[in-house]
Structure formats: structure tokens, C-alpha cells
Design a binder for this molecule. Structure first.
Ligand SMILES: *Cc1c(COP(=O)(O)O)cnc(C)c1O
Length: 372
């Protein structure tokens, strides 16, 4: 049996008729940039995120960059994020000229609020709270910390669309929330795409300007902006795909539940709070002898990945930041043991069972103790 880590073609195949129809519709309409299809998709996203405003943009990284820009964050300011995230969570901070500051994470892979507290200085303007793997950050604790300090919270919800924190949808929990609709995310389109969600009408209005050259009309720009619009064709695909998101989320959770029940005695499975709804963009386990295990699994047809093997503060790109090996022990320790199992809605029950069977078999063969 072969279990690839992702299989994007499978989802396309299921929706092929509708997607082709949408392609023809947009093609015939001649409305390729902005327009009604983009607005319709933004409304559907706002409904999903329980937010009054959604501003679609070209990708998730632009969403983060524009969120920082609209909060007037730039040179001389510090922004704190997690060192175990995807590179864009930090890259966006550098892109606006602000200083990247990291705070270590906890056993749930999310920012440790105590560590965030230690990282705050008089220059701290915002926290980028990454809901890594689709598991929400402890937003109440974070909000309590930032509220009286005038520090903004930007959610990096790229991996967490449709997740909920204490019954509230991710995307409605900070000042602004940034999402990616990259093909590999839980709601993935057929190319790059992203959006910003907020309940702040003024910020949303200015974001709509910023993503479109700063233009408030066809001819007049009120400030310097960029070109970061979502293509109408992607919005059309999004309008179709978003209708399936709840059922896909349920499948992610269903597979995660099966993994947890069958694997947790042998490998460390993800932790989440009982009143939250994580969406398992990745199902990350921790194991000893990870590379040996990954090789053996691959030999058995099960492809795994590591999200992410190099902590951000140890990237060559981060050479000028005030960090070194040892700066974030939890992140560094986890980076040696984490391993992501295949998880996507199109994965059949028999493949899910095969993954579990093979992981258990290889773990026993390697005689590795469970990570505590
Ligand atoms: C994917 C991702 C991004 C960037 O999104 P793009 O659409 O690829 O630019 C940012 N942050 C996190 C945590 C991500 O997973």
C-alpha cells in the first residue's frame, strides 16, 4: 500500500465538474480581477470566521505583511512570534522593517505565554500568535497579557481555518487574523491565496486600499500600497470548496481521533484543551530515532514530513538576530523528535488503519521508548 503525504489531485477529482464550470463562468464573465465573485467569497469567509470583515489578498504571507503595515508597525518596532512556525510568520516582520523577537513554545507547540511575557519590551508592538497545526493558542491568557500594554494581537491562522477556541472561531480572537489558502492548507485553492479577517471596519477599509496600490478610486491613491489582490478565478474555486470545509474538518478530526486512540500509548500525540476545536492541519507526533523510523515507514509506503526541522532562530536568514543554539530549548528539543503523519480528508479508512499498523510495527521493531 502507498500512502503519500498529500494527494491534492484527489480533491480536484471529486469536485472536477463544479470547478471546471466555475472556470468557464469566470472566463466568460471577463471579470478576472476583483468584482462580485471575490466579494461573494469574502462574505462566505467572514461568515465562517464569525467576523464582520474579510479582506482577501494574494497569499498568507501578504496577509501578515499587510496586517503589520495597517497597524503602522515598522522600523524600530518589535514583534514577537514563535520560533517553531513556518518561515513566513517571522519573514513578514522583517518585510516591514520591524525586529523579529521570538518566545519559546510549550508542549502544545504554541507560544508559552510566560515566555512571551519575558520577551516583551517597551518596543513591542504586536504578537503574531501562530495557531500551529490548527490548534488554537491560549488566547485568553495572551489577551490578558497584552490588553493594558497596548500590544496588538495578530493571529497567524494559516493552519487553523475553521478551528475554534472555547467555542469562538479562530479569526475572531485578535485584532486581525491572517489566513493562507495555499493548496496545502485545510481550505486550499488551486494556487496562492489568502485573507485577513477582522471586526475592525476602519482597518478593513484601509487594508482594501493597501492591497490595491493605495487606490480609493480608479485614479486616486491616498497612500503607497501594493498589488496583492485575490484572483477572481481563485475566489470562484473558493466559493465551491468552502461549502465542503465543515465536512473536511470533521474528517481531519475523525482521523486525528483514530491516531490518538491507537498511537498515544507508544508515541507522544498532540495535546489540546478539552473546550477547543483543533483542525489538525498536521498531525504531529514525537518519537525517538525519528529518521530511522521515517525511513522504515517510507519503505512500507508511508510518507511522513517534519514541520519544521530547522527552528527559525537557527536559520541562516536569522544570523543577525540576538539568538543562538540554546536560546529556545523547548522548540529545539521538539524539532529533533517531531514527525507529521499523513492526514487529509481524502485518506480512506484502510489507509488510516495502515498508517497506524505500520507505525506500531516499526516502533516495536526499533524498540524505542515513548517520549514523555
Ligand atoms: C502557510 C503559512 C504561511 C504563509 O502562507 P502563504 O499563503 O504560503 O504565503 C504563514 N504562516 C503559517 C503558519 C503557514 O503555515
Amino acid at each position: 500500500m502507498k500512502v503519500p503525504f498529500v494527494h491534492l489531485g484527489a480533491q480536484f477529482h471529486t469536485l472536477e465538474k463544479q470547478l471546471v464550470q466555475a472556470f468557464v463562468q469566470v472566463g466568460c464573465s471577463g471579470e478576472y480581477i476583483q468584482g462580485d465573485t471575490v466579494k461573494e467569497f469574502e462574505l462566505a469567509l467572514a461568515h465562517l470566521c464569525q467576523c464582520s470583515q474579510v479582506v482577501s489578498v494574494a497569499n498568507g504571507t501578504d496577509a501578515l505583511i499587510l496586517a503589520l503595515k495597517v497597524l503602522n508597525i515598522g522600523v524600530g518596532d518589535e514583534v514577537i512570534t514563535a520560533p517553531n512556525s513556518f518561515i513566513a510568520s517571522a519573514g513578514a516582520i522583517a518585510a516591514v522593517g520591524a525586529s523579529i523577537r521570538f518566545a519559546d513554545v510549550g508542549q502544545d507547540y504554541n507560544l508559552d505565554i510566560q515566555q512571551v511575557h519575558h520577551a516583551i519590551t517597551e518596543h513591542t508592538k504586536a504578537i503574531i500568535a501562530v495557531h500551529l497545526t490548527g490548534n488554537p493558542v491560549d488566547m485568553d491568557a495572551l489577551t490578558k497579557l497584552t490588553r493594558d500594554r497596548g500590544i496588538y494581537i495578530i493571529e497567524d491562522a494559516s493552519q487553523a481555518i475553521d478551528a475554534a477556541y472555547k467555542g469562538r472561531q479562530v479569526g475572531s480572537l485578535g485584532d486581525l487574523a491572517c489566513f493562507s489558502l495555499h493548496p496545502l492548507k485545510n481550505l486550499g485553492l488551486l494556487g496562492d491565496a489568502g485573507f485577513i479577517a477582522t471586526n475592525n471596519v476602519e482597518l478593513a477599509q484601509r487594508l482594501r486600499c493597501l492591497r490595491n496600490h493605495g487606490l480609493i478610486s480608479r485614479d486616486e491613491a491616498i497612500e503607497w500600497g501594493v498589488n496583492s489582490r485575490l484572483d477572481a478565478i481563485q475566489a470562484a474555486f473558493g466559493c465551491i470548496k468552502i461549502k465542503y470545509l465543515k465536512q473536511w474538518t470533521a474528517r481531519f478530526q475523525n482521523i486525528a481521533g483514530y491516531f490518538h486512540n491507537n498511537l498515544n500509548d507508544f508515541v507522544l500525540c498532540p495535546l489540546s484543551r478539552a473546550d477547543d476545536k483543533p483542525v489538525y492541519h498536521n498531525f504531529v507526533v514525537q518519537v525517538h530515532q525519528r529518521e530511522a523510523l521515517r525511513h522504515q515507514l517510507l519503505d512500507a509506503g508511508v510518507e511522513t514530513k517534519v514541520h519544521y526541522p530547522i527552528p527559525l532562530h537557527l536559520m541562516p536568514a536569522a544570523r543577525d538576530l540576538p539568538y543562538a543554539l540554546g536560546s529556545f530549548p523547548v522548540t529545539e528539543q521538539q524539532s529533533k523528535h517531531i514527525m507529521s503523519l499523513p492526514i487529509y480528508p481524502e485518506l480512506s479508512d484502510s489507509k488510516v488503519e495502515y498508517i497506524v499498523e505500520q507505525v506500531l510495527k516499526k516502533i516495536k521493531k526499533l524498540k524505542v521508548p515513548r517520549i514523555q
